[in-house]
Design a protein around this ligand. Structure first.
Ligand code: BES
Ligand code: ZN
Ligand code: ZN
Length: 413
């Protein structure tokens, strides 16, 4: 293997360009700055503006005594290109939305508040947003979302945002919206539960990307589907080895109540696929296994189309927003089969857990003839474990700048 092939994908100085600008902004004293030389390259200008602005982000909703004004390192924008400036504003807005949603603690970010955030976003862009709540989920035939969410005092929901020209190519985003994942009856230990306010991180990415798409007026008919639940413990919680119905009709045997994400996504993804959109993208903090495989900063991409995956990964490199492709390895399909039901949500042994989770989801985007629209499944952390310039510890937007670049290439001809 040639040396350059072996090294492909290893971090080099280019992988960090956007955060280098954030580091500069963090290093200088408060004041207004202008670059000595304008940046000619559009991509570099985008890195500069986005990185600089993100370095000023902080989550201060709960702090009364703000000692320092965070927004006091101002940069005179280094480019004349309106389009790039608009893209930077839109990216910073989308990313800040993602971070705020994730950072808001679960006591203030229940299924209702998540729905309100979607409604608020829809109102900004003249989109429609409907919400199916509690028992209505059973009437509307979303039994899996209800089964996972019914144990909480805070009713589960399906959030459904629609925007754009009905005749434009259909793009559907789906995001895991587990506002807190206690693990259910197969309760998580304290260390594993601590960060689980971020288990709605997939839905936050979907809303952040939707915000960027609508801001840019991308010529698509956009739909965002968010199953929003709390995975709680109570007398009516789903139990290990319960069998849960789904919208598709397939039954799921609950091997572990902590594998709740794929159960709610089953109903949402089936609904997404029923419309036969051109492209479905789902985001989820789905498995610990994906984090074991790739670490906290590198989201896993599963995609049924080589062409789509390759184009996305090229965009990811350009905009410094990485993903790593993992296989929808058919050989593991049997592991997803249930013993008494059609499917099992937690295969024995757990090996290849990110892959088996993705194969589980695939069953719900697939139609009766085995056809799947273009589909990306992104299993991500949605959280920074430590502070770095532009990337403070806490909720994080991951992959949405890469996807926005890809969608621009695909749709904005
Ligand atoms: N929300 C978790 C996955 C998770 C944990 C993502 C930590 C990121 C960081 C998910 O609902 C879960 O608990 N999955 C289980 C599945 C298992 C029981 C089959 C897991 O990954 O351990
Ligand atoms: Zn879980
Ligand atoms: Zn979860």
């Amino acid at each position: 293997m040639a040396a350059d092939t072996m090294m492909a994908g290893f971090p080099d100085s280019k992988d960090n360009l956007i955060w280098d600008w954030a580091a500069i902004a963090k290093a200088v004293p408060p004041g207004t700055y202008k670059l000595a030389q304008d940046i000619e390259d559009d991509q570099e200008a985008l890195h500069c503006m986005t990185g600089w602005a993100l370095s000023q982000y902080s989550f201060d909703r709960y702090q009364q005594n703000e000692e320092e004004n965070q927004n006091d390192r101002i940069l005179v924008w280094p480019t004349g290109s309106d389009k790039i400036q608009a893209q930077a504003v839109s990216a910073v807005g989308g990313i800040s939305l993602v971070r705020n949603l994730i950072n808001t603690p679960a006591n203030h970010m229940g299924p209702e508040e998540l729905a309100e955030a979607a409604i608020e976003l829809a109102a900004l862009h003249d989109a429609s947003c409907t919400v199916i709540t509690g028992e209505e989920l059973l009437e509307a035939d979303y039994p899996a979302i209800h089964a996972v969410g019914r144990a909480s005092d805070r009713d589960p929901r399906l959030i459904d945002l629609v925007w754009g020209d009905e005749d434009a190519p259909k793009l559907t985003l789906v995001g895991k919206g587990v506002v807190f994942d206690s693990g259910g009856l197969d309760l998580k230990p304290a260390g594993g539960m601590k960060l689980m306010k971020k288990d709605m991180g997939g839905s936050a990415q979907a809303l952040g990307l939707a915000s960027m798409i609508m801001d840019a007026g991308l010529p698509v008919r956009l739909r965002v589907l968010i199953p929003a639940v709390e995975n709680a413990v109570s007398g009516n919680a789903m139990r290990p080895l319960d069998v849960v119905d789904t919208r598709k009709g397939l039954t799921i045997e609950i091997g572990n109540t902590d594998a709740e994400g794929r159960v709610i996504l089953a109903d949402a993804l089936f609904e997404a696929a029923t419309e036969q959109p051109e492209l479905i993208i789902d985001f989820a903090t789905l498995t610990g296994a994906a984090r074991v495989a790739l670490g906290a900063d590198l989201p896993a991409l599963f995609c049924n189309s080589n062409e789509v995956a390759e184009n996305l990964l090229a965009c990811a490199t350009t905009v410094c927003d990485p993903l790593w492709r993992m296989p929808l390895w058919k050989g593991y399909n049997k592991q997803v089969d249930g013993k008494v039901a059609d499917l099992n949500n937690a295969p024995e042994g757990g090996m290849g857990g990110a892959i088996t989770a993705a194969l589980f989801l695939e069953r719900f985007v697939m139609d009766e003839d085995g056809n799947i629209p273009d589909w990306m499944h992104i299993d991500l952390m949605a959280w920074n474990l430590s502070n770095r310039p532009g990337r403070p510890e806490g909720g994080e937007a991951m992959t949405i700048r890469a996807l926005f670049a890809y969608l621009n290439e695909r749709y904005d001809k």
